[in-house]
Design a protein around this ligand. Sequence first.
Ligand SMILES: N[C@@H](CCC(=O)N[C@@H](CS)C(=O)NCC(=O)O)C(=O)O
Length: 216
Amino acid sequence: MLQLYGHPFSSYTWKALIAFYANEIPFEFRMVDPDHPENSQKVADHSPLGKFPLLEDGDRWVFEATSIIDYLALHFPGASGLLPSDPDAAVTTRMIDRVFDNYVMTPMTDIVAEHMRSPGMPDPATEGRARAVLDRSYVWLDRWLEGYSAGDSVTLIECAAAPSLFYADWAFPIPSSCERLRQWRAHLLSLAPVARCVDDARPYRAWFPPGAPDRD
Ligand SMILES: N[C@@H](CCC(=O)N[C@@H](CS)C(=O)NCC(=O)O)C(=O)O
C-alpha cells in the first residue's frame, strides 16, 4: 500500500492528494504533526529539507509534489490522465506547473512566512514584494486562461493550480480585473478531488497566519 506523508492543511500535500483522489488510487495517509513523531522522522530522513508531501512505495521514496504526480501517472494510471501522453504537450503541462509553484505558491508562502515571523506586524516591504509577484502572475494567468480549455478533468495543471490559487487568494485576493482567473479558481474548488481537500482542511483554518477569510 502506498503511504503519503503530509498534512491536510498543507498546500503541497493537497497537490499530491488531488491526483490520488482524481484517479481513486488507494493509499494510507501519514499525518505529519507533533502527535506523530515517527512520521516526521520519515520525512526528515527521506526528503532533502524535511518537507512534505513524501511518498513511500515499498523501498521507493518520492519527494516533491510534482514528482509524486509524475510517479502516480507512470505507475498508477487512472481515468484522469495527469500528464498528456504526447511528450510535447507534456512539456507545456510541466511548464505551467512550474508557473504555479514558482510564481503563485512561492510568493503566497512568502506572505505566510512573514506573518509567522512577525505576527500582526508583517514587514510592508517583504509583503509588498510578494504581492507584486502575485499581481503580475494573476494578470499573466488570466491571459493564459484565454487559450486553456479548462474542463472537469484533473491534470498536473489542476493539481498545482487549485492549492496555490486557493491560498494565494486568501493571502492577496485576485483582483476583479482578473475575472477569468477568479472564475477558474471557483471552478477548481468545485471539482470533487479538490473539494475533498478543502473540506478536510477546514478544521485548521485558524492556523492561516495572515488570517483566513470567512469564505470558500
Ligand atoms: N518543493 C516542495 C515544497 C514542499 C513544501 O514546501 N512543503 C511544506 C508544506 S506545504 C513543508 O514541508 N513545510 C514544512 C517545513 O518546511 O518544514 C514540493 O513541491 O513538494
